[in-house]
Design a protein around this ligand. Structure first.
Ligand SMILES: Cc1cc2nc3c(=O)[nH]c(=O)nc-3n(C[C@H](O)[C@H](O)[C@H](O)COP(=O)(O)O)c2cc1C
Length: 255
């Protein structure tokens, strides 16, 4: 079984790609959390994968919540794949302390954190996805062969980023308050439908954000009217969600 969390589709795509190659079922962690699921037992000799985006060089909150539900038999083959715009910091190391991983990988994908940075250029984004596709093929070979392998990019100053910066991010940056919709909003309700934490409600044609936001930014990136903003900086920044066809990805695979 492969469990994934995803805001803008990168990690969902990675999970589905692994699912296709390994023949494993893919399950959305958001659905599990929304359903109020009890403990999840992972049996011996089972393939158990977890795929998710890196948030502030650490685990996203829903993934940390999901880990609390797990009861994993020591004989299971557990692996993790995190997607990140640039560097994963100590994310996989932190996960290793909570889950007995046999393998762990970071995969560079288009960046979606627009409160701080702009999105990647179209060319860079496509290059990242193509390189990711190549790396995922070899990750799948490892998983099928139940290899023990760790291949992730911590980047520079990883300790400070994963422990100090992540602490401040979780303490101060998860607020919903800076979200607002502009007059271009037509109340279509896609933001409410797509929010993986059920944090948005559209009332009288306008979205309202509750306080359960985990900052996945699905609402901003997927708004067809570009009508959602977060604070002062997102207005002039690009939008991104995973929308590549196999033909686009395989065009010049790995180039
Ligand atoms: C709140 C937030 C924090 C992020 N922090 C990092 C980070 O620390 N390092 C990094 O390389 N990318 C970071 N990113 C970028 C995402 O990890 C990356 O774009 C990921 O592939 C998005 O996955 P998704 O499309 O499945 O949501 C961050 C994105 C968000 C929304």
């Amino acid at each position: 079984m492969i469990y994934y969390f995803s805001g803008t589709g990168n990690s969902k795509w990675a999970a589905e790609k692994i699912g296709e190659k390994t023949g494993d079922r893919v399950v959305n962690i958001s659905d599990i959390l929304k359903s109020g699921s009890g403990k999840i037992h992972i049996g011996a000799s089972v393939l158990f994968g977890i795929v998710f985006p890196v948030y502030a060089w650490n685990l996203p909150k829903p993934v940390a919540e999901f880990l609390k539900l797990l009861e994993v038999n020591r004989g299971a083959y557990c692996y993790a794949v995190c997607t990140c715009g640039d560097e994963a910091g100590y994310t996989i190391d932190i996960l290793k302390k909570r889950l007995k991983l046999k393998s762990g990988y970071s995969i560079k994908m288009p960046n979606n954190y627009i409160p701080a940075f702009d999105v990647d250029s179209e060319e860079t984004a496509l290059q990242k996805v193509r390189a990711a596709s190549v790396k995922l093929d070899s990750v799948c070979d490892d998983i099928i062969g139940r290899k023990e392998c760790f291949d992730y990019d911590r980047g520079r100053f990883a300790l400070i980023k994963s422990y100090v910066a992540a602490h401040f991010f979780n303490k101060y940056a998860l607020s919903s308050k800076p979200f607002y919709s502009e007059p271009a909003c037509n109340g279509c309700g896609l933001c409410e439908k797509n929010c993986p934490t059920g944090n948005i409600t559209v009332v009288d044609g306008m979205p309202f954000w509750d306080e359960k936001c985990v900052q996945c930014l699905s609402c901003i990136h997927r708004c067809p009217k570009r009508a959602i903003q977060y604070g002062k900086f997102t207005k002039n920044r690009g939008r991104y969600y995973f929308n590549y066809t196999e033909e686009e990805i395989n065009g010049q695979k790995g180039s």
